[in-house]
Design a protein around this ligand. Sequence first.
Ligand code: ADP
Ligand code: MG
Length: 371
Amino acid sequence: KSADQNQVIAPGGVIGILGGGQLGRMTAMAAARLGYRVHTFCPDRNAPASHVSWHNTVAAYDNKSALKAFAESVDVVTFEFENIPSATTDYLAALKPTRPKPNVLYLTQERLREKRFLASINVPTTKFLDVGRQEALESAVKALGRPAILKSAEFGYDGKGQVRIDGDMDLFEAWVKMGGEVGILEAYVDFVREISVIVARGPDGSTAIYQPVENQHKNHILDVTMVPARVSQAVAGRAEAIARHIATELELVGLLAVEMFVTHNDEVLVNELAPRPHNSGHWTIDGSVTSQFEQFVRAVCGLPLGSTERHSDAVMKNLIGDDVNGWRELLNDPAVKLHLYGKEEARPGRKMGHYTRLSPKAGIRTGDDRR
Ligand code: ADP
Ligand code: MG
């Protein structure tokens, strides 16, 4: 078994990816450049990754016969999406090397489990309480105070399943709005900055880390990522040490993104983990020697990890919903690298693409202030 766990998947091999979104799409493109073929497994037809993949299986995540055929056709299995049932990755891991291992997915796909794991390895997080049912919310809010944030423990992304409980918010209403079965209440962090760190770890335990980036959200969705982040060397060093520590404790093989808050006293608190490529790492395609997607492929296949050196300052801006209609103007800007995901419908809140502005001259400029 251990030999299998260290198996190198050489170029020419087939990488199986669970999930078919833009993260899978950009991974497949990086994989192709290194001579791999990608087989995606995703319940949706016409998923962004399917346009650039060698094979696509369109089937439910619990379709055993489809999973079996998928496993037989690939050399290694990974995922680009967290809400894959544990039973699916457990089943696949018995058939083919599955990286990261199923336990990593299990620990990070539920917020309470994730925060308890972080506490168990002495990583500081926001204060939180388990709100297993609506009746428990009142005492939890009393204990943590207002404002606080109620989050659904499972299936949250882009701020979905989250409610901020301010001074006059009715708790029953908050519970209904959150919409989940189990909640986690978090103390509201009045942070100075949000940053994230992406670390890669190979089957041999080698690691490579990207420097911290700074993230700004709009309507709870990532809007802009800036690199370098405006933090001190000490904060950056601490953030990187935390990310490495978590990856090692998880025995991660693949990528781990660690979202963090930096407080007024320069404390670094972990907000959440994502054991896969991350939106805040998209700048690496254009601004780093090795993109996060290539790094992901290298880690999962057991290849030497690439240089994470940054060769430009960069600002990455997401194109959400109708923003994508500005593509012509963006293409006319020589400092802009445009990336579109091939999604047909520009629904509000949907990530349609992103662009990276390299070496922005007047300090930090975001997409909003360009004319
Ligand atoms: P997801 O990214 O899965 O939607 P997050 O937990 O990362 O969920 O929350 C989304 C954003 O909401 C965060 O990036 C941050 O801006 C804000 N946020 C989340 N939790 C807190 C908190 N405890 N205090 C302050 N802001 C928060
Ligand atoms: Mg987040």
